[in-house]
Design a protein around this ligand. Sequence first.
Ligand code: AMP
Ligand code: MG
Length: 342
Amino acid sequence: MITEYLKVAADSVEIYERAGKIIREGGLVAFPTETVYGLGGNAYDPMAAERIFAAKGRPSDNPLIVHVAVPSDAEAFAKTNDIYYKLAEHFMPGPLTVILPKKDNIPDSVTGGLDTVAVRCPEHICANKLIQAAGVPIAAPSANISGCPSPTSAEHVYKDMNGRIPMILDGGESRIGVESTVIRLEEDGCTILRPGEIIARELSAVVGNVYVADAVTDPAAAGDNPESPGMKYKHYAPKARLVLLSGDDRSFADYVNTYKGRCAVLSYSENIGDYLRAFVMNAGSKRSAKEQMQRLFSLLRECDNIDTEIIFAHLPPKKDEFLALYNRIIRAAGSEVIYLDK
Ligand code: AMP
Ligand code: MG
């Protein structure tokens, strides 16, 4: 299959028309969002979901997120409620995915056989234009080969999907860089199933209690039948061994500098000059979870282009705005952590 690669802006009307038609007719289009790039298909078409799983090499029990142009569009396929609309008022369009009971018109292949459906209304203008042009909700996971880091640029998508899908829309780098916050609604609040840019403190101001699923910080807690199927899969790992170090900046640098083999380091920008022999990559400021999130997946992909046997990175704090970072990097490292402070 020939993959068309097109740069898009808000006013690329003809391109959205063509892309929307591909989706309506059962084909796939990769598109930019503020979190990561998505691989979209018609959410009402079971064959489109099958094509998504095939293109990604993704296990088909791992459900897709259904993207809408405005929050009320979810009425067509999900059972909404007051809390959903309250959340929508504060966080949509934006990087929040809400799990709701599904209606019968959403095929099982989209929800991995679950009786719930994940709903998101992206803020990226190109994603919004595409959904409107398609005229149907768009089911989309991240547009990477299963197991690889999610794509934060159209170049990443091209590398994974060239020859596998008919069209890639290039709308520039993703602003956030990690996937959306996924929540399940509870009687008295909500539970975070996957952390993202929207954090517990912000959700709590709107819905009351916010719980965090165990598997968010402990991949092993996901088990075989987790609350959110994506929790159980290996994710984001570079080819070289990634090891997280927990300790102050001095002991981190000392550990890296005494390592005997070929090594690389995902360094805080403040500490770039501290390493003697390691190949150094700038992971962003120690103080900015947002900057580190925006760079993480791109850096994990870059790790595969350098000749190293091991990559060292900081173990992020296990809280609030760093939780999405912690959740992604602990999976990328296969939970391999060395505590320098114990
Ligand atoms: P991704 O394509 O990587 O953004 O993955 C979407 C993720 O959303 C899945 O891996 C699931 O973990 C989660 N998800 C989607 N639908 C549901 C659902 N109905 N219930 C719980 N989690 C869901
Ligand atoms: Mg994904």
